[in-house]
Design a protein around this ligand. Structure first.
Ligand SMILES: [Zn+2]
Length: 90
C-alpha cells in the first residue's frame, strides 16, 4: 500500500498573520494547504506491515504557497512565507 492510501486528501486555505519584510506592515494572508486526513479505517488488502504503518500514520498538511504579494498598496512586493512551517501535523 502507498502512503496516499492511508489519507483523504483535499486542499484547504488558512489565514495567517504575516509581516512584509519590505514595508514592515502586518496583514492577514490566505495560504493554501494540502490537508491529508488519516482515514478512519485502513482499506482492504492491507497486510501486517501496512497495518503497522497505518497505526503510526498521523494527519498532516503540506503548505503549497511559498510566496505572497504584499497587501499594502504602496508596496505590493512579493515576499517569502517565513516563520510558518511547510509541514504541520493536525
Ligand atoms: Zn510590503
Amino acid at each position: 500500500m502507498e502512503e496516499r492510501d492511508f489519507f483523504d486528501e483535499r486542499p484547504e486555505s488558512r489565514t495567517h498573520l504575516m509581516t512584509c519584510p519590505h514595508c514592515g506592515q502586518q496583514n492577514e494572508y490566505e495560504l493554501s494547504w494540502l490537508v491529508r486526513r488519516k482515514k478512519a479505517q485502513i482499506g482492504r488488502g492491507a497486510d501486517e506491515r501496512d497495518r503497522a504503518r497505518f497505526a503510526k500514520a498521523q494527519s498532516y498538511m503540506v503548505r503549497r504557497d511559498d510566496l505572497v504579494g504584499c497587501k499594502n498598496i504602496r508596496c505590493r512586493k512579493r515576499f517569502d512565507v517565513a516563520g510558518i512551517q511547510s509541514v504541520a501535523f493536525l
